[in-house]
Structure formats: C-alpha cells, structure tokens
Design a protein around this ligand. Structure first.
Ligand code: MRU
Length: 373
C-alpha cells in the first residue's frame, strides 16, 4: 500500500542493516506516521502486547521476525542457542492470546529450526522463514482480494452499478497484515476495477481501530467511506443502507466459528435479521484446526479497563489522554467475541470461498481432512 505516494509494507527487514526489523507504530495513526526499529525479541514482544502492531496477520509476521531477532542475539553455543529459542518462543506466544497466527508463526520457526545443525545455519533459516511468513501473508491477502471481489461485482451487477455499501468492523486492513488486508483486499480491488463502492467503517471502541486505522487506509486509497459509531450498523441495515458485511478474523475454528474484534457478533446478528450477507475474510494461517467450538474454546483477551474509561486523542500537535467515564466505576474490557458459524454466510480465503462448515473448509483445505472429521 502507498502512504503519501510511497510503497510500504507494515513490517520489513531494514535494507541497510539486517539486524533491524522496522514496523509502523500504529498507536499514533492517523496523526503521526512513526517507524520503529526492533532489534531484540523483547522489542517484538512489546510491540505486540502494547499494540504498536496488531491484527492477526501482522502479529504473526512480527512473531516470525521476533524469532529471527532472538536467534541473532542468542549464544553461538548450539545447545544454549536452542534453549534460548524455546524461551523466546514462550515469550512471544504469551504476548497476546487470541490471534492464532502468533503461535502458528512461532511454531513454524521452531519447526524450521529442527533442520539446522548449528547456530549460524539456524540464523539463516530463521531469517528465511520470517521472510516467507511475511511474503505468504501478503500473497494470501492478495488472493483473498481476487476471490472476494467477485462477491462485490455480483452485488454491483444486481444493483445495476449503483454503489455497493459494505460494512466492516475494526481494522482487517493493510495495517492488520503485511499488505492488502483481508476484509479490505476485495474492497481495494473492486475500487481499482472501477466498481462503485462505499464503506461503512465502525469506529470500534475502545481502541478505535476503525475510525483511526481503517478510515485512514481507505482515505489513502481514495475509497469512499463514512465512519459510524459501533451501534449504528443495525439501523443502517434496517434502512437498506448495507448490501454486505465483510470482517476479518483473529481465530477461526475448523467448524467455521469466528473470533474477531468485539462487536462482530452483534453485526452478524443484525445482518442475519435483515437478510444481509455476512462474510469473513481470512488467510489459512488464521484457522485453528484443533478447535471445534469457538465459544467454549477460543481464548478471549481481556485488556485493561482503562482502555474503556479513557481515550487518547490528538490535540493540535500532540496526543493527550482524557477520561470519559465515572472515575469510581469499574470497567471490563473483553476485546474479542465469537460469531458462530451459523451466522456466517461464507469464508473468503486465499484458496477461494467456502461455507463455514467442516465440509466447506475441507473442500478447500483437504490436507487437514484428518482433523476436520
Ligand atoms: O486487537 P486487534 O486490533 O489486534 O484486533 C485485530 C483486529 O483488528 C480485528 O479483530 C480484525 O478484524 C481481524 S485481524 C485481521
């Protein structure tokens, strides 16, 4: 994606110094475009837990590079090196609980290490695997765009070219992945192809990923959009102002239950009540093949209640934090929820579109048939 005319991925190896991995610190967007240099696995853990980087795909890519940085800083002694890598893996896996891409990327790095015979070979393997994880994430999102755009094209034809109104929640955009985004990839491609679209952007309290990040991305790409408060979607749907919903996912079970940013479930309920298709776009790295019951089994992150009671905002030239709630009252902050498969119209993946069911998922990912019984 381009920012002010210049191409960026959300994470990249520094071309001048390969011991450094660069990220965009998303906490300051859309007001400041700030690039941070990561040099250690601790930098990567902090970037994930403090949400400098966020979104399932990007969390996975950051974990992949975090393992690479851990390898660079680990002992040359092969036995100690391997022990340090296991410790680094634990640190990364505990940085945030819900997005399964995190554990997936760390395990992939640990698996790749099994083929190395000493620390210097391991460092080469870790760099290659980190770059592969990031490259595959980018390509998966590009393909999600190719598949998903057909759904938008169909609605556009049915509406005889009138704008297709798409509602999205949170940020499953370019900033949540390495490039393109999952939910936004079909949107960007439709816009590029000249299909008339308009995006309703849920603000996504309490962290405002929608109003700060998705809206900024769409503006950079010139996609018509409007920010709405989180509770407006149902009203818009009742008035015929939403043609489809596309959201992302942080973890999807082998049965098609979808964990995504809190509030997604309510949008799915409203969409079902109004006969509006509800799509979930995800790369296969977001499937948790071992889980069958999303509500019972997917760990839901709980963050500080302060995120609910305070907001960060931009005042002239700097960020300020203001309180927006009664100081005496406690607040609770569950940051994801689970939408059961029965409310999802279809999943859009890099291999195509399928029903959110073991059969549908198996048809695209036959290599997991053993698990998907
Ligand atoms: O808490 P976040 O910002 O890391 O949450 C992730 C998200 O942005 C959403 O849940 C998104 O829709 C899926 S991530 C591709």
């Amino acid at each position: 994606m381009k920012v002010a005319g210049e191409y960026y991925q959300t994470i990249w190896l520094d071309p001048q110094d390969e011991t450094v991995v660069n990220i965009i610190d998303q906490r300051f967007l859309p007001f400041e475009f700030s690039i941070e240099r990561m040099k250690t696995v601790y930098d990567a853990v902090q970037a994930i837990s403090e949400m400098k980087v966020r979104g399932a795909g990007l969390i996975g890519a950051t974990a992949g590079f975090g393992m690479y940085l851990a390898g660079l800083n680990a002992s040359d002694n092969w036995k100690i090196f391997r022990r340090q890598m296991v410790e680094a893996a634990d640190l990364l896996k505990n940085a945030r609980p819900t997005a399964v891409n995190l554990a997936w990327a760390v395990d992939r790095q640990l698996g790749a290490l099994e083929h190395a015979k000493d620390s210097s070979e391991a460092r080469v393997v870790l760099q290659k695997t980190a770059l592969d994880i990031a490259g595959e994430d980018r390509e998966s999102c590009r393909l999600i765009g190719e598949h998903g755009v057909k759904l938008i094209e169909q609605i556009s034809e049915n509406k005889e070219g009138a704008p297709v109104n798409i509602l999205t929640h949170c940020n499953a955009g370019w900033l949540a992945f390495v490039d393109y985004g999952s939910a936004t990839a079909p949107i960007y491609l439709a816009h590029k192809r000249g299909i008339r679209i308009h995006v309703w952007v849920d603000e996504t309290r309490p962290w405002n990923q929608g109003s700060r990040l998705t809206a900024w991305e769409l503006a950079q790409e010139g996609v018509p959009h409007t920010i709405i408060t989180d509770n407006v979607g149902g009203h818009l749907m009742q008035r015929g102002m939403v043609d489809m919903v596309i959201v992302g996912s942080d973890r999807t079970t082998s049965t098609g239950d979808v964990a995504n940013k809190v509030g997604t479930y309510l949008k799915a309920l409203a969409a079902r009540d109004n006969g509006i298709p509800f799509y979930v776009a995800l790369p296969s790295s977001t499937f948790d093949w071992n889980l069958k019951d999303g509500i019972a089994e997917i760990p839901i992150e709980e963050r500080s209640g302060n995120e609910v009671k305070k907001v960060m905002g931009w005042l002239k030239d700097r960020f300020v934090e203001v309180s927006i709630a009664s100081p005496e009252s406690p607040a609770i902050n569950y940051v994801f929820d689970v939408t059961p498969a029965r409310l999802v119209t279809a999943l859009i993946t890099e291999r195509g579109i399928c029903s959110p069911s073991p059969e549908g998922i198996r048809s695209l990912f036959p290599e997991f048939s053993g698990i998907l019984q």
